[in-house]
Design a protein around this ligand. Structure first.
Ligand code: SF4
Ligand code: SF4
Ligand code: SF4
Length: 372
């Protein structure tokens, strides 16, 4: 595997920023879509930047992810193809979500170029806001050491944090105070030419380090999934798992994949019932919990989007009640995706199984028990 290795002379964010600035100065891109620290300093937002001066203030590698990049990109391309050539700097799970949304016709990818990077994970937004300075320093240390404590739980079990399965044009790796440029798409040759780089350096050591980390993360993930499987077996356990949920639907609002403008679970048919109906249900069950339809919402949402869940954990990050909703969606998503041998967002050309219905399939999952 070949690429370009560059020594980091200052810090990671500055090193990436310098590459971006050169590409904009040399007019390969008209604008950059990248995280920037907000003026009050305790959070980050995606900005579409045309002004070269503002490029100075970007943070390509923020320690937290208050908004999932694909969700932000959806707003930018909602009205169709862009006439600007835009460079998007996003994490692997954000790029996969963007590709998944393109398959669902919610994002237009024309004229967009994606740079991904080895993602060390992000800190939970609520924790970051309490002490930004501590985490700003910490993220660089964590990248160097690939430590996982304190990260979003989904990041600790993320197995698609690097170039594998990430459909970027160019991937940036980190290894021993060096930055590695790995060209992925055909498009990337032009980028290397503009930067006067040749992809001739051997990237084997970096790739070996990624594979070692991947092995560890796969083990973490399989341990976590087996715990979740035991914890949520049967409807009573599942109810217990979601017991803290106040049915606010924030997990749905921050999820990049939940894109419906009118959610079925917020429609009058689903959420407005006559008092008599509730009374009848209360009589039947002995009592009903309010707000109602909590489990219907979670099971319905799972049913709608588990095949496309990229496991980013944004839903859990946005949950005010600390329900481990990102972990359970990731677990269920993984199970469903295995059934269809499908990894969301990996390949733009691969159709979403939900949109390619086959009448004759999945017999191995049929319940063959005789009905009484
Ligand atoms: S899930 Fe976490 S570790 Fe994986 S790519 Fe997304 S932010 Fe990075
Ligand atoms: S359900 Fe949660 S983990 Fe899955 S894509 Fe949506 S926000 Fe990310
Ligand atoms: S899981 Fe959390 S974010 Fe989702 S509806 Fe329940 S309380 Fe709200």
């Amino acid at each position: 595997m070949k690429g370009k290795i560059i020594e980091i002379k200052s810090d990671l964010n500055t090193a990436i920023k310098n590459i971006i600035k050169t590409l904009v100065q040399k007019k390969l891109f008209d604008a950059v879509f990248v995280p920037v620290r907000i003026p009050s300093r305790e959070s980050f937002a995606y900005l579409l930047i045309k002004d070269k001066e503002i490029l100075e203030s970007i943070t390509p590698l923020p320690p937290t992810m208050p908004v999932q990049g694909a969700r932000a990109l959806k707003d930018l391309t909602r009205l169709g193809k862009l006439n600007l050539r835009i460079l998007c700097i996003m994490r692997p799970c954000e790029i996969r979500a963007a590709v998944e949304l393109a398959k669902l016709r919610q994002i237009t990818l024309q004229n967009l170029t994606f740079f991904s990077f080895d993602c060390p994970g992000v800190f939970p937004t609520a924790e970051y806001i309490k002490s930004p300075e501590k985490y700003d320093q910490n993220i660089i240390e964590k990248i160097k050491a690939w430590q996982e404590d304190g990260l979003r739980p989904n990041c600790s079990i993320c197995v698609n944090f690097s170039h594998y399965n990430t459909p970027a044009d160019l991937h940036i790796g980190f290894y021993r105070n060096h930055l590695l440029i790995y060209p992925v798409s055909k498009n990337s040759q032009k980028i290397l030419d503009i930067l006067s780089y040749r992809a001739e350096d051997d990237l084997t050591e970096w790739e070996n380090s990624i594979n070692t980390l991947l092995k560890k993360k796969k083990e973490n993930r399989s341990r976590k999934f087996s715990l979740l499987s035991n914890q949520t077996k049967g409807i009573e356990n599942l109810e217990e798992f979601f017991t803290g949920c106040i049915n606010c639907h924030n997990c749905m609002r921050v999820c990049p994949i939940c894109y419906c403008r009118q959610c079925f679970f917020e429609s009058p048919e689903q959420s407005h019932h006559e008092a008599e109906e509730y009374l009848a249900r209360a009589k039947e069950k002995g009592g009903i919990r309010f707000p109602p339809e909590r489990m219907v919402f979670h099971l319905g949402r799972m049913n709608h989007m588990a095949l496309s869940c990229v496991g980013c954990g944004s839903c859990e990050d946005g949950c005010p009640m600390d329900v481990p909703v990102g972990q359970i969606f990731s677990f269920i998503g993984n199970e469903v995706q295995k059934m269809f041998d499908y990894l969301p967002g990996k390949n733009l050309e691969e159709p979403i199984p939900l949109l390619t219905f086959k009448e004759d399939e999945l017999h191995e999952y049929e319940d063959t028990r005789e009905k009484k």
